[in-house]
Each structure stands twice: as C-alpha cells, then as structure tokens.
Design a protein around this ligand. Structure first.
Ligand code: SAH
Length: 227
C-alpha cells in the first residue's frame, strides 16, 4: 500500500481504466452503475510501486500479509449481485486494500468494513481517508458479523468461506441480501442469500477463487439452506 507516494490520476490511467471496464463488460457485467464506479476508481493508488504497472490488469494482486486485492471482474460481479441502493447499510467482511469498500461507497452505501489482519486494518484505515473515502472501520473476526451495528441491508464477504456463517444471515434485515463465496480452499461458488419474511432463499452463481475466510466460522453447509 502506498503510504507516502503522491496520489495522482492522469489521462493515461483513465484510459487504462476505460479499457478495463470494456473487458469486464465483455465478461458479462451489465450494471451501468457498477461499471461507472470501476471506471471512476483509481485502482493504481491501492498498489505498491513495484506492482504499479499491473494496476489495470483484470487480475488479483498481493497487498501484503498474504492477502490480495480482488480481481476487478470479481469485485464487479459481487457488487452487481449485491444490488446496492443509495443509503443501504452495508457490511463488508474482509477490508483488505479497501478498494471494494470504495466501490460500495461510490454506489451510495453506508459502509461498515471489518478486517481480521491488524496490519491491513491499520494501513487501510489510515489510507482510505487520504483518497477521500471514510467508511466505518472495524478490527476483528467478520465471520461473526458486526453484532453491535446489525442489522444490515446488505452483507458482502470478500474471502472464501467453508460454510455460510449463521451470524451473517442473522444480521440481515428482512429483504436483506448476503453475497458470499462458499466452498473449498481452491474454489468457491458465489452464493446469494436473500432473506424473505425470515426465510433464506439461495441462488448459486459461478466459481471463483478467494483467499480463505479466517477466524471461527460457525454455520450451515449450503445444502441445508432453503432454495
Ligand atoms: N475486499 C478486499 C479483498 C481483500 S482479500 C479488497 O477490496 O482489497 C480478503 C480479506 O479478508 C483479507 O484482507 C483478509 O485478511 C480478510 N479476512 C479473512 N478472514 C477474515 C475474517 N474472518 N474477518 C475479517 N476479515 C477477514
């Protein structure tokens, strides 16, 4: 994460971003609000100098502490599934670089973001306000949700979970939506859970590969969720 580098955004970087948006549109992202947020967000400012030239590739990259900034297509896919509305109260589990949190804020969400790694938590908490984004930052195990701030309109998990944590479905408002990659270490299916008059409705989408959700994950195997 760039701590002291000048943060600038020039026409070249904007051009690279427009190309990136074209690529993720071709891969199937159609929500114009999500595409506009990706087009606006200077992803290069989240990168260390050594990796700067890769900032607009549609790939995940290391952000230190063994963690990654998600692939832009993946960020767009999860954000699109979350159907964020202006003013939605959103919990993000896995702050990481903060890129995804900024995208959610661009869509008008009130963002609560929780990170398990102390160093990343501290870095991102001091960095994001410098580029104009101030979500509410929390340090801890997000697989337990954030009970003190619940319930949420939307919950987004940006690490791969072995099961759907009970705490997260419990902390959803009625008509709330949880987007979470669930599966093994190597790949997970993208799951969307919608709470509808107390019942959990499950939809399953493509496979992705996320870094693992750490902490104490207590929850149901996916097949036990009502479809
Ligand atoms: N949303 C991030 C992606 C980061 S990768 C971004 O836009 O950059 C996943 C992140 O989840 C890592 O930073 C990892 O430390 C964090 N994480 C893993 N398990 C967690 C848990 N139980 N609670 C909170 N954060 C967790």
């Amino acid at each position: 994460m760039p701590q002291n580098r000048m943060i600038e955004d020039n026409y070249r970087q904007r051009g690279l971003r427009n190309k990136l948006v074209k690529i993720i549109r071709q891969k199937g992202i159609s929500d114009e609000r999500v595409l506009a947020a990706i087009a606006k967000m200077p992803r290069h400012v989240f990168f260390d100098d050594a990796l700067l030239t890769h900032a607009y590739e549609d790939k995940a990259f290391p952000i230190g502490e063994g963690q990654t900034i998600s692939q832009p297509y993946t960020v767009a896919f999860q954000t699109q599934l979350l159907t964020v509305k202006q003013g939605d109260k959103v919990l993000e589990v896995g702050t990481g670089s903060g890129y995804q949190a900024c995208i959610l804020m661009e869509l008008g969400a009130k963002v609560y973001t929780i990170e398990y790694n102390k160093k990343l938590f501290e870095q991102t908490k001091s960095f994001l306000p410098r580029i104009g984004y101030s979500p509410f930052f929390f340090y801890g195990d997000g697989s337990k949700g954030l009970p003190s701030k619940a319930p949420f309109d939307k919950i987004l998990v940006t690490a791969g979970a072995p099961v759907i944590p009970d705490a997260l479905t419990e902390q959803l408002k009625d008509n709330g939506v949880l987007v979470i990659p669930v599966g093994g270490r190597d790949r997970q299916s993208m799951i969307r859970i919608t709470k509808s008059t107390g019942k959990l409705v499950k939809e399953e989408f493509d496979y992705f590969a996320f870094v693992p959700l750490l902490g104490k994950v207590v929850g149901k195997k996916i097949h036990r969720v009502t479809t």
